[in-house]
Design a protein around this ligand. Structure first.
Ligand SMILES: Nc1ncnc2c1ncn2[C@@H]1O[C@H](COP(=O)(O)OP(=O)(O)OC[C@H]2O[C@@H]([n+]3cccc(C(=O)O)c3)[C@H](O)[C@@H]2O)[C@@H](O)[C@H]1O
Ligand SMILES: Nc1ncnc2c1ncn2[C@@H]1O[C@H](COP(=O)(O)OP(=O)(O)OP(=O)(O)O)[C@@H](O)[C@H]1O
Ligand SMILES: NC(=O)CC[C@H](N)C(=O)O
Length: 563
């Protein structure tokens, strides 16, 4: 079975490197640099072949960059340059890149070996649901057959190609001996289990071992969590790579007497539990957004409340304390307790903390609007001016020093529109946008008890306990608390999850014990806040349905469910 034309024919033994890298969308030469460096390391370890993640040259998802011919041409040039490297007789490479063929652009994988592009395969099953939009930019390829790599028939389905049975069935029927799968599979809760179930199904149906290589890193609202792994043909775990870290993993596969490829003992990393995974996803998403967009650090308003406290803790874990600048912006409704809690939090995190009182600008606005507003009652107009004064000041600090403003609205608030447009919604990125308020509390307590590996913050209590135990308030008027106008967060969040994640009817939500009038009110608030969410900064996707790419509701919308 060995390919005698290659200087290194494989004799029933394949040393496979899986490269779990963090590419940047659009950074074609930078990504090719990562690919080259991983190959050099794999070569030192004696690898025959390196498997990379989906579209590693472009970064995933490249979205409408694929509509740009110059982008495709640059990607293809870079793949040809990588192919030339393989003339050295070292490891071959399975590299993902967009590919132009007879006027159509495909989501492709190229087998590079012996100094050239040996074989190309195009993705057959283009995902077009949830956060995926591939049919918009790619043409679907034909059902693929295996590729020959130094005498081994490798099947290379691309990501979504393994989420249905057709492609793997075709590959096994046409003689594939092993399935090597490049993926661009983003994080949300319980994703690792979901992927494992899919892979088990394909292994059982095909009887072939499967190696799953995923991308790492944040890309706008998506976080790719890595967690690459392989299953033996008997469904047992061959190896497991880390989640939320780059890694190059080498495994040795041997063809046994039944012609089945079996992986020799390889490391099995322990995956984080749900709380740790959610925390690390927020950290990775914020870190990569800030670094890949070249910000020197971040700035945020630290109010003494839990949302800005958890955002500060996430920012420190992502970037290090020296890259996080917190500002207390007190007004007459800001309590001493809030000022103290904010200072304690900044202390615990070891971050720079400054005070910029907002009385002068707020009162200045009051004076210039006084004539126009004479005879009007005070209402949310005046409250919003406080929030907007803070927003203007934080953006000025960002403009002056270059740090990006972190926005701090949680999913409960973003759902019902409890945030001020051009005020506390100002900013570049929101690490807690997809965490409900109840999750914000839960994760804050969790982080005080756990410091995950790889984060840059300290261990111990990073969010002072008083911030967690006191009643939440926006402090925009005297003695205000969130529960003046909203139900308890446990109730609100349950109703919201039913409406947003599960698209349940009002009647079905009521069966969970909620008051129908309250559900109607929350549904109404959810719909009328769509205009705000369209203008909100992006934030990390954590739940199965986030605001952003994953939920596309009309702004102008008269539908109300009165079941
Ligand atoms: N469909 C639509 N399309 C385009 N624009 C639309 C619109 N509907 C309203 N608008 C515009 O939006 C304005 C209203 O939005 P906006 O100015 O933001 O103000 P608004 O939503 O009226 O007030 C802000 C709300 O957020 C709460 N808040 C603020 C800050 C922090 C927190 C907290 O708990 O953390 C809560 C505050 O208590 C209040 O209930 C209207 O005056 C109108 O100009
Ligand atoms: N006194 C303040 N000093 C600094 N920033 C503030 C202040 N008040 C509000 N902010 C900023 O505006 C955001 C929204 O704050 P607000 O207190 O209105 O609501 P919240 O959702 O309860 O947030 P938090 O729990 O952080 O207080 C805060 O997270 C913070 O970034
Ligand atoms: N890039 C893709 O094809 C991703 C789709 C796939 N179902 C996943 O999330 O893993």
């Amino acid at each position: 079975m060995s390919d005698t034309t290659h200087p290194n024919p494989l004799d029933g033994r394949l040393r496979l490197a899986v490269a779990q890298l963090n590419p940047t969308v659009g950074d074609i030469s930078g990504n090719a640099g990562l690919v080259r460096a991983a190959r050099a390391e794999a070569a030192e370890q004696g690898a025959d072949l390196v498997l990379y993640s989906e579209l590693v040259i472009a970064g995933y998802p490249p979205e409408d960059l694929i509509l740009k011919r110059a982008f495709i041409e640059r990607c293809m040039e870079e793949v040809q340059a990588l192919a030339r490297l393989t003339a050295d007789g070292g490891p071959g490479m399975l590299v993902g890149s967009p590919w132009l063929d007879e006027g159509k652009v495909y989501n492709a994988v190229a087998l590079l070996d012996g100094g050239k592009v040996q074989t190309l395969r195009f993705k057959y099953d283009l995902p077009n649901y949830a956060v995926f939009d591939e049919k918009r930019v790619f043409a679907a390829g034909p059902l693929p057959g295996p590729m020959d790599f130094r005498g081994i028939r490798i099947g290379v389905p691309i990501c979504e190609d393994i989420w249905n049975d057709e492609v793997c069935e075709c590959l096994s029927e046409t003689g594939a001996e092993i399935l090597l799968v490049p993926n661009g599979s983003p994080y949300w809760e319980n994703r690792a289990e979901e992927r494992l179930q899919v892979v088990v199904a394909r292994v059982v149906e095909s009887g072939l071992p499967l190696v799953y290589c995923n991308q790492l890193g944040g890309q706008d609202e998506l976080v790719f969590d890595g967690g690459s792994f392989a299953l033996q043909a008997d469904r047992s775990l061959a190896f497991q790579m880390k989640q939320f870290d780059t890694e190059l993993s080498l495994s040795t596969w041997v063809r046994n007497e039944d012609e089945i490829w079996v992986c020799e003992a390889a490391p099995v990393a322990t995956l984080p539990d749900l709380d740790e995974a959610n925390w690390l996803a927020c950290v990775q998403g914020l870190r990569d957004y800030v670094l890949k967009n070249n910000f020197p650090g971040v700035v945020l308003g630290l109010s003494g409340g839990i949302d800005s406290a958890i955002c500060a803790a996430l920012a420190v874990d992502a970037l290090g304390a020296d890259k996080v600048h917190a500002i207390m912006l007190p007004y007459r409704y800001t309590s001493r307790e809030s000022v103290r809690d904010a200072a304690d939090c900044a202390d615990a995190l070891g971050i720079r903390f400054d005070h910029v009182p907002i009385a002068e600008p707020v009162e200045g606005f009051g004076r210039v609007l006084g004539g126009l507003f004479s005879g009007c009652e005070q209402d949310t107009t005046e409250e919003n001016i406080q929030s907007r004064a803070r927003g203007v000041i934080l953006m000025a600090i960002s403009n002056k020093f270059g740090a990006m403003v972190v926005t701090t609205g949680n999913k409960s608030e973003m759902s019902v529109g409890y945030a001020t447009l051009y005020g506390d919604m100002n900013g570049g990125f929101n690490p807690i946008k997809d965490l409900y308020k109840t999750q914000v509390y839960h994760l804050s307590e969790w982080r005080n008890d756990h410091k995950p590996a790889g984060v840059l913050g300290t261990d111990g209590e990073v969010i002072p306990s008083n911030i967690i135990t006191k009643a939440p308030t926006a402090e925009l008027r005297e003695n205000q608390t969130d529960q003046d106008s909203l139900p308890a967060y446990e109730v609100l969040d349950d109703i919201l999850a039913c409406l947003v994640e599960n698209e349940m009817s009002v009647a079905d939500i009521a069966k969970r014990g909620h008051d129908v009038a309250l559900i109607h009110r929350i549904e109404h608030l959810l719909y009328i806040a769509e205009f705000k969410r369209r203008q909100a900064p992006p934030g990390v996707k954590i739940t199965s349905r986030n605001f952003g790419k994953d939920r596309r509701y009309p702004i102008t919308n008269r539908f109300r469910d009165r079941t």
